[in-house]
Ligand binder design. Structure first.
Ligand code: S3P
Length: 205
């Protein structure tokens, strides 16, 4: 671990939102303590993840938000001031930390599975289901453009060059597929319908 990562470990964690199971919640998927959403930018990981956590009565955590909290900088600031390699190191440290929590739904950043260490962390953490939300690149790119036009939207540095973003998408597909326990094509699905599909997928497994 780098000195920076070790220092960051000392940052106190926020009190997680209470996740109290009740009769109103959907039963948790048998055998799982963590559900992790992966996929390219625009695939709906954070929106679907938050809705699913709500249904289960679990905590929701967006890994980018966690990195921002640990670094005290926004993701675009980390990219601009410290570089992508630094962002990736923080991403790995944050992932290792949050995988220690239970009854949690985690939305990864789109690039997290590029790192071998992150893939191994996900594969080797027991009771952890990884759900890959997929759609064609053009659909994902268009969704991101719509999101970018909404007030308060977070900038996505990796999307600045469309051609390079498409090349990353193509290179990442095999990694998303490798770590996925379940894959859902969200092209024609609303976030709510995607949550239902995730719950169905786990009730059949
Ligand atoms: C990135 C995706 C972003 C964020 C960062 C880098 C990527 O997360 O982690 O801007 O490399 O694909 P989202 O997928 O949540 O937008």
């Amino acid at each position: 671990m780098t000195a920076t990562a070790a220092t960051l470990e000392a940052v106190p964690e926020p009190t997680p939102a209470r996740s109290v199971p009740s009769a109103a919640h959907h039963p948790a998927p048998a055998g799982y303590d963590r559900i992790v959403f992966t996929g390219f930018m625009g695939s709906g990981k954070s929106t679907v993840g938050a809705l699913l956590a709500d249904r289960l009565g679990w905590t929701f955590l967006d890994l980018d938000t966690e990195i921002e909290r640990r670094c005290g900088l926004t993701v675009p600031q980390i990219f601009a001031q410290l570089g992508e390699a630094h962002f990736r190191r923080q991403e790995t440290a944050a992932l290792a930390s949050v995988l220690g929590r239970s009854r949690i739904v985690i939305a990864l950043g789109g690039g997290a599975p590029e790192e071998l260490g992150n893939r191994l962390l996900l594969e080797q953490t027991p009771a952890t289901a990884v759900v890959f939300l997929t759609a064609p690149f053009a659909t994902l790119y268009d969704r991101c453009q719509v999101q970018a036009a909404t007030p308060g939207a977070t900038e996505r540095p990796v999307l600045a060059d469309r051609q390079k973003a498409e090349a990353r998408f193509a290179a990442r597909l095999k990694h998303y597929e490798r770590i996925a326990d379940s894959t859902l094509d969200t092209t024609a699905l609303s976030p709510e319908a995607t949550v239902e599909a995730v719950l169905r997928a786990f009730s059949q497994s």
